[in-house]
Design a protein around this ligand. Sequence first.
Ligand SMILES: CC(C)(COP(=O)(O)OP(=O)(O)OC[C@H]1O[C@@H](n2cnc3c(N)ncnc32)[C@H](O)[C@@H]1OP(=O)(O)O)[C@@H](O)C(=O)NCCC(=O)NCCS
Length: 145
Amino acid sequence: MKGGIQMQNGLAIEPASDADIPALADLWHRCNLTVPYNDPVEDIAFARAQPNSEVLVGRIGAEIVASVMVGHDGHRGWLYYVAVDPDHQKSGFGAEIVRSGEDWLRARKVRKSMLMIRDTNTAVRAFYERIGYEVAPRTVMQRLL
Ligand SMILES: CC(C)(COP(=O)(O)OP(=O)(O)OC[C@H]1O[C@@H](n2cnc3c(N)ncnc32)[C@H](O)[C@@H]1OP(=O)(O)O)[C@@H](O)C(=O)NCCC(=O)NCCS
């Protein structure tokens, strides 16, 4: 099941549509979440095409002000591209959009919400701790396929 609009405190949160892609990519650029080795448009398309992942957008009126990419691997849930428009930060929207990702995972019986923070983005750790996350005593490893 992919769809469903959720109204939280201030945001209307729902899965991104095709028409949202340019605004989403722009939001991620303005939030410094894009890197040369990840094309946001491809990332959005890939997540939206899978049954176990989604991109949620939070709107005020027609304007996209927040996002989260959420998915699970059959065991853990993962959040990516948590973003709030710089003009709307510190209003509770970051906490709301993370909760909507957690609700998406909960609805699929996923019991743990995980996320990774880039080494260059240390400031955001305090935000996640404020909303209930803790550092997991794990080393994340990777290999390009
Ligand atoms: C991180 C981000 C999503 C937070 O969004 P936000 O809307 O400003 O966060 P909220 O207003 O919901 O904040 C929730 C709580 O965290 C606190 N908080 C938010 N950012 C913080 C920061 N950088 N340092 C310390 N605390 C922070 C808020 O003060 C608030 O605390 P309160 O409950 O005591 O009021 C936003 O700053 C952002 O988009 N940053 C750039 C993109 C990014 O780094 N994303 C994360 C990638 S891993």
